[in-house]
Design a protein. Sequence first.
Length: 281
Amino acid sequence: MTQGEPIVAAIVGIDGAGKSTAIRLVGHRLGAHCAVLSSMRNHEVADAPLRDLSLALDRLRTAAEELGSQRLKLASLYLQMCIYGPTEQFVIRALAPSVVLSDRHPIIDAAVYLPLFRRMIESSGVAAGIPEWRDRVSAEERGLITRWMDAQNRRLGTTLDLTVLTSDLMALADHGFGPFLAKIAPLLQATLPQRVLWLDLEVEQALQRLASRQGPRELHETRRHLMTVRAGYLRVLENLPSRIRVSRIEVGDLAPEQVVEALTEQLIKDDRRVHTGTSAA
């Protein structure tokens, strides 16, 4: 990392690990020197570009769940993650932060979740294809999603529709880890972060936390799913290039304030600008 460049740090972990709360509190503590991003919910980031598109894709993901289509859900998540790279570059240029904190990261989550999606799709017994989704979103949302798909095809020189897209994405899971990273990064317009902060939580503790939340439970919040995802993070983080610093923080017995202290301490180790509040320039 050269002088003036921000630390780009991704906070990852299974559902229930407290990522969103931790990022919000760390971002508040670091103030203007920190930019907070989300790899799959760009519309929740203040002043981020493409927020209307992100909302439309989030509605498409909801439609996929209503239709019971894992293929459509995978397509919606991929198109959502393609927003992350341009957003990261935008906030770096516009805000000159000392640190960029990301709730998840598109490349890391693609490596974790693509094998899981492939198994779910292949075991579903549903014929390859994407159910009709256009009447599940508004005309404005359809236009935003269609234009974004067209833009990705122009950028990549492809003519993919959603069905072919999901098949090609699942095929990436057959590659070795190094070739996978080389192929997925340009698809997502993203680069790996310099730092990965893994909020690790035992599955039983995650289930207890999720059960205490208000509102309906998500379909994927099951013991088997969380075990698979946690194992996926372990596999992926152990195989990241050595230049990427990975810190594992066991959060099961920590209060949110203690998690914030641990995260902040890790970031301060990387760059004193995070602590002193001096300019990134």
